[in-house]
Design a protein around this ligand. Structure first.
Ligand code: PMV
Length: 352
């Protein structure tokens, strides 16, 4: 599949239209950090799609008016976001030839707390890409669900790389990997449910809100700093190699190896940040306190509570519903919540 396949058809017939779509967020297990031109990832990544953390988006399109974008986030007009979307729409015109031929009013809201530090770009661009594909169906005819999702994933990637993984439930791979048939740098593919042990299909992700608010360094800047990071090539290679054990682990249900690999990926992501020039650290004191407490808890109880991190201070607490979850939840409430800013935790589960 090449970029060529996503070029739009000429025979569209435009009218005004309103569409609404919803898209969940996702959390990576093997991380994407570093990219080339046109949002081509430097290495493949795999993520879990979440269930409750979502963006709901309504797009009103008024055909034959001059191109403009007005956006509302949770009811408040946001000019900065409108500028970003306008730029994005201009950048994808070659794939949706009708896109600049009208006026847009976009209303969007997240189901997770605003300014929680939870990345809304994945669910946000996922939802917008789905809306665009709904509009595209009205103008250029019905597509198969498979085709529509693939193009939505392709378009979401051009907005925010990790967003392309949010179009599918379960485990999702983005980036070409010899280990994953059909994988591509251009769009995400669903990891086969049949290749996943049942223990990994009933999983929790509780996000501890260690630091609410804007990050000191954006993902865009962070990705860019991988261009000059002396460890970058080794890191990209390692991420590629990590797909070999990941596949075996997912099949066999080997929880201890899963924990080791997922935590290693999270710490490697942050190690890369610390080894960038200029260096930056997104973890806070609370992040480290929580990590150490998780390790102590595992040493003492052998229960499968572990963590991953995205590009921020918040800690994603991962644990299966395997009978041990009540003890783990009690520990989180009594020992870990105190390290958040306002007793903030978003309790989510993986969506299969
Ligand atoms: O999609 P972006 O550009 O916001 O990058 C996201 C990068 C990480 O969340 C840190 C890792 C990942 O694979 O999602």
């Amino acid at each position: 599949m090449t970029t060529q396949n996503f070029l739009g058809k000429e025979n569209y017939n435009i009218s005004s239209e309103t569409v609404s779509e919803s898209c969940p967020s996702n959390i990576a297990l093997i991380k994407y950090w570093g990219k080339y031109k046109d949002q081509i990832p430097a290495n493949p990544s795999i993520s879990y799609t979440l269930n409750h953390c979502k963006t709901n988006t309504k797009v009103e399109f008024f055909a034959n008016e001059s191109f403009s974008v007005q956006t509302f986030l949770a009811g408040n007009e946001e000019d900065k976001f409108a500028e970003k979307i306008e730029k994005y729409f201009r950048s994808i015109e070659q794939y949706l030839p009708w896109i600049l031929k009208g006026k847009y009013i976009i209303k969007t809201e997240n189901t997770f707390p605003h300014s929680s530090g939870i990345a809304s770009s994945a669910s946000g661009f996922g939802a917008i890409a789905k809306c665009l594909m709904s509009l595209d169906e009205t103008f250029s005819g019905k597509k198969s669900e498979e085709e529509s999702l693939k193009k939505a994933s392709f378009l979401a990637r051009l907005g925010s790389g990790s967003a392309c993984r949010s179009l599918y439930n379960g485990l999702v791979v983005w980036g070409e990997s010899d280990e994953i048939e059909g994988s591509s740098d251009l769009f995400a593919v669903k990891y086969s449910d049949e290749e996943i042990h049942s223990v990994f299909k009933d999983f929790n992700d509780w996000v501890l809100l260690i630091h609410e608010g804007v990050k000191s360094v954006s993902s865009t800047v962070g990705h860019g700093l991988m261009n000059t990071n002396p460890y970058a090539e080794r890191r990209f290679q390692e991420a590629r190699e990590n797909f070999v054990p990941m596949k075996e682990i997912l099949k066999s249900g080997d929880m201890n190896s899963f924990i080791k690999l997922v935590e290693h990926e999270a710490l490697t992501l942050h190690a890369m940040m610390m080894m960038s020039d200029p260096a930056f650290i997104l973890m806070k004191t609370g992040t480290l306190e929580v990590i150490n407490k998780i390790w102590d808890f595992r040493r003492e109880t052998s229960l499968p509570l572990f963590f991953t991190l995205d590009a921020g201070a918040n800690v994603h607490l991962l644990f299966p519903n395997d009978g041990s979850e009540d003890k783990i939840k009690t520990f989180i409430e009594s020992e870990l919540l105190q390290h958040t800013q306002k007793n903030g935790v978003v309790k989510d589960v993986m969506k299969f």
